[in-house]
Design a protein around this ligand. Structure first.
Ligand code: ADP
Ligand code: ASP
Ligand code: MG
Length: 441
């Protein structure tokens, strides 16, 4: 069995949907199809959530969503029924926006409209390609906790529900990104979460292969939008691919590979526009194991630096610092320390996922026992590869290449799979270009 996921651009227009449907039609093992919202729709829904949104702006966004979907519907067969279903969803969306007394779960329900709309249309396009797929409500299977905006999946429940709702002799179309908690509230898995959903479905149904169909022909040596002559990597290990996605390679949601590794599912990333290109196979061990495989960029990083003379030859300071951060559910990415100070990075990119930010409350609590400094507008550049902690000759050329730039923090040695450093946001892309040219060519 193959689980095939198509991202936003792969279902963003009628033409894109046609490409995707013809891929599904090529192989009858593609029995569970997971899709995202049409490209741009989740961003629109996120924009609708703003409490200060004016009515003109709100109408503009709603019209944009409406036009995007109606234009696809206008090219489908069975238009009348599709229009009716879609316009019904639009009025539900309006009602939802009119709700007062918004609770945390309100946002997730809002975001879920995108995937619920796209799947209703794509099921018809599949039909036009001879595929009778059953529309499956992902919320029946994708069981999660109640962390709205960034829900954690309940793997046992997902496997149980998958058995109940997904039969091996049928083909299903379902939504990525959305799930539900034990109370039946709609939840979401964080922005870009459809990849993760697809992997969880693949694990839940014991699939052999997970296919991620996107707008580029696989995992590249760096984001091809930054470096147009970056090349697709034909085979990459789970470890390398996981590092790449964690460090900003948007092609896969960072959590995608965990369920695939657990479920021993092979993963392939390929382009729905050009399926004849080989794409990338993600495997346990790869034939080649280069020291530097890829370069990634993660924007919107915050650097928190704390100083305290009490740290000098004392114990317990780090424990105290991390206790405060843990209490406020602040997730720390990188850490460097000296005798009297600690610097750590926080990811503030995923604003839609309700991540707890460095509020005044947190900062004041820290100021109770140390001096605190916060720097924003930073980007993290990472070199991803193998044996990097034990290979000589990386730092020298790297840092002479970056001589003219201000490097705020460096992490080298903790992981065999990456070397990374923090730079000013405005210089991130320039540095990725330079580093890619020097180390990958
Ligand atoms: P989808 O909607 O299909 O999920 P995304 O936009 O989330 O697509 O992810 C695909 C995009 O990821 C590509 O268009 C590319 O710009 C970006 N990207 C970033 N890093 C990489 C990389 N190393 N390889 C391929 N694509 C990358
Ligand atoms: N539609 C969701 C988003 O834009 C999930 C996804 O595309 O993976 O974040
Ligand atoms: Mg994506």
């Amino acid at each position: 069995m193959i689980v095939s996921k198509f991202g936003g651009t792969s279902v963003g227009t009628f033409e894109a949907m046609q490409h995707s449907a013809s891929i599904v039609a090529e192989n009858t093992d593609r029995k569970l199809i997971v899709i995202s919202a049409t490209s741009g729709t989740t961003n629109d829904l996120v924009a609708l959530e703003s409490p200060t949104l004016g009515s003109t702006e709100r109408e503009e966004i709603l019209m944009r969503i409406e036009e995007r979907h109606l234009s696809i519907i206008s090219e489908c067969e069975n238009q009348e029924e599709l229009r009716k279903t879609f316009l019904g969803q639009m009025s539900e969306l309006r009602e939802h926006l009119d709700q007062t007394g918004r609770e945390k779960r309100w946002k997730d329900r809002l975001y879920s409209f995108g995937e619920l709309m796209s799947t209703r249309i794509f099921v018809q396009v599949l039909k036009q390609y001879g595929i009778e797929a059953e529309w499956l409500d992902a919320r029946d299977v994708m069981k999660t906790d109640s962390t709205f905006g960034n829900a954690a999946p309940d793997i046992k429940q997902i496997a149980k529900k998958a058995k109940k709702f997904i039969k091996p002799d049928k083909t299903y179309l379902t939504q990525g990104f959305i799930g539900s908690d034990i109370f039946g509230n709609t939840t979401t898995l964080g922005r870009g979460g459809s990849d993760y959903s697809a992997a969880l479905f693949a694990e839940g149904v014991n699939a052999d292969v997970l296919e991620i169909w996107t707008d580029v022909a696989g995992v590249y040596t760096t984001d091809p939008r930054i470096v147009p002559d970056a090349k697709p990597i034909s085979e990459i290990t789970f470890d390398e691919a996981a590092e790449l996605s964690v460090f900003g390679g948007k092609v896969l949601h960072p959590a995608t590979l965990k369920p695939a590794i657990r479920g021993n599912v092979k993963v392939r990333v390929a382009s729905s526009k050009d399926p004849s290109q080989e794409g990338t196979l993600i495997v346990n061990t790869s034939k080649e194991s280069p020291v530097i495989r890829a370069i990634s960029l993660r924007k919107d990083q915050t650097l928190l630096t704390v100083h305290s003379l009490d740290m000098l030859h004392q114990h317990g300071f780090l424990a105290k610092l991390f206790t405060v951060l843990a209490k406020h559910k602040i997730s720390v990415d990188l850490v460097t320390t000296s005798e009297v100070s600690v610097s750590l990075t926080l990811d503030t990119a995923n604003k839609a996922s309700n991540k707890v930010e460095l509020t005044d409350e947190v900062l004041n609590e820290l100021r109770g026992f140390c001096e605190v400094e916060v720097e924003k507008d930073l980007s993290l550049v990472a070199l991803i590869g193998n044996r990097m902690e034990s290979t000589s000759g990386i730092s020298g050329p790297l840092f002479s290449l970056l001589e003219g730039y201000n490097i705020r923090l460096v992490c080298h040695g903790a992981s065999p799979n990456n070397v990374c450093f923090l730079v000013k946001e405005g210089t991130g892309e320039e540095i990725v270009k330079l580093v890619h040219k020097k180390f990958i060519g």
